[in-house]
Write a protein that binds this ligand. Structure first.
Ligand SMILES: Cc1cc2nc3c(=O)[nH]c(=O)nc-3n(C[C@H](O)[C@H](O)[C@H](O)COP(=O)(O)OP(=O)(O)OC[C@H]3O[C@@H](n4cnc5c(N)ncnc54)[C@H](O)[C@@H]3O)c2cc1C
Length: 401
């Protein structure tokens, strides 16, 4: 495998069994052609590859312009480590700690302002001083003006090319989910591509990429838009009503936990796509990520044990998962807190995984490499303990291509 940094993709040409890419090596001003079985075009919101493929980017771009300021922190101030929305109708501002000792502010350009007058250090300092920040607190690293978009690519797959990240969707940044959505896209796509290239699944599984990801991206985008409306409310009386509701709700401890634990973010559930569709309540959901004891007795996250492989998780005695076992899928028994770890098993340290399975009505689940449940048993239905078999032709064995 090789990583080509500072190369620009100028053109791609699709063939029946491969894609040819024309790249410019920007370090030496040379061109090269490479071949790929499949291509993930993650080239951002202005994706030139999306344009080359003739795929539309439907939706809207908001007229309001935003100034974003990136700073390096020199001396910390109270609350510097918290993400805060200053919901002042006169000057709503996002105030956000960012990695590597940086801090970011964002605010909209008002109707009576010209963005060109705001894009200079003097104007930026005026806004920062309004937030109680001086040049002893931060050094300005950069500032820019941008617009918010709500847009979705009309098709996410064109033959052997897949759009991902901002090339496939754009949302306002209110709930910090744009990059997260892109990471989920490639999380969904990469194990499927690996399976197709190994010959363990057919090419048609790649058609489930958009069907699975698009509904969740739309849910998250709607939530971002609604959250933004709350934060940047310009009407004084609506802002006063909002403040009253939030002050009152903040007295309820559950509300604060709900906010802090991001429970208001839409969970991902794939209703349509590569799932068994046998009606079990766990199907299509992302498996939770609790702390567990592995067979050596070490405390690890469930993901560390699953390791990006197909796995059957089951509670109770081992059942006959014959077809899954024949296909090479391993099984792990989940036991209650306080039990001893053993081979082919894990201990659910706080019992949350077992509670989750109970709630979904499953005694066993087949988990995909990306952590989503392909199939679950229906423990509540009489005699309905069996797990839907793997998809036709599925095998973990590598085939040579
Ligand atoms: C102010 C602001 C705050 C945000 N905050 C958050 C946040 O807190 N959390 C979050 O999850 N998201 C956040 N986002 C969204 C996040 O930044 C984007 O969703 C994310 O950067 C998209 O990643 P991407 O890789 O799809 O596209 P980009 O980040 O745009 O990367 C695309 C890359 O492709 C390269 N490229 C383009 N064309 C070519 C070509 N032809 N050949 C080769 N390379 C090419 C570009 O140079 C670029 O490096 C924020 C966005 C903004 C504007």
């Amino acid at each position: 495998m090789s990583l080509l940094l500072e190369h620009e993709c100028l053109r791609l040409t699709q063939h029946s069994d491969h894609v040819e890419l024309m790249l410019a090596d920007l370090t030496v001003d040379e061109f090269r052609r490479i071949r790929a079985s499949y291509v993930i075009a993650a080239d951002g919101g202005s994706s030139s590859l999306r344009a080359q493929l003739g795929v539309g980017f439907s939706g809207k771009t908001y007229a309001e312009r935003w100034i974003v300021i990136d700073t390096k922190v020199l001396a910390e101030w109270p609350g510097h480590d918290r993400l805060r929305f200053h919901c002042n109708p006169e000057r709503p501002t996002v105030d956000c700690p960012t990695p590597l000792g940086h801090h970011r502010w964002e605010f909209p350009v008002r109707d009576d302002e010209d963005e060109r007058d705001l894009l200079n250090e003097e104007a930026i300092w005026k806004v920062l001083r309004g937030q109680g920040i001086s040049d002893t607190n931060v050094k300005i690293v950069g500032f820019a003006c941008y617009s918010h978009h709500v847009r979705f690519a009309d098709r996410w797959r064109v033959d052997r090319v897949f759009l991902a990240g901002d090339a496939a969707h754009a949302m306002p940044p209110w709930i910090g989910q744009g990059m997260c959505a892109g990471v989920r896209d490639v999380g969904n796509l990469c194990w499927k591509l690996a399976a197709v290239l190994r010959g363990t699944l057919g090419d048609s599984v790649l058609d489930t990429y958009q069907a699975e990801r698009l509904p969740h991206v739309k849910d998250v985008t709607n939530r971002a838009v609604k959250t933004g409306k709350l934060i940047i409310q310009r009407s004084r009386w609506r802002a006063a009503a909002r403040n009253h509701v939030f002050r009152t709700a903040s007295r309820v401890p559950y509300f604060l936990t709900w906010l802090r634990d991001h429970r208001w973010l839409p969970d991902a559930r794939y209703r349509d796509g590569f799932v068994a569709k046998s009606g079990n309540g766990a199907e299509g959901w992302l498996i939770p990520q609790p702390w567990v004891l592995d067979e050596k007795g070490d405390t690890v996250r469930l993901d560390d044990i699953l390791g990006g492989r197909w796995t059957i998780l089951h509670v109770g005695p081992p059942s006959d998962f014959g077809q899954w076992r024949s296909a090479g899928v391993s099984t792990l028994r989940v036991t209650r807190p306080g039990t001893a770890p053993g081979p082919d098993g894990l201990v659910d340290l706080d019992g949350s995984l077992i509670r989750w399975l109970n709630k979904k009505g499953a005694t066993a689940v087949a988990v995909r490499p990306d952590g989503f449940v392909y199939a679950g048993t229906n423990g509540r239905a009489p005699g309905g303990q069996s797990l839907t078999p793997p998809p036709a032709g599925f095998t973990m064995q590598r085939t040579t291509r």
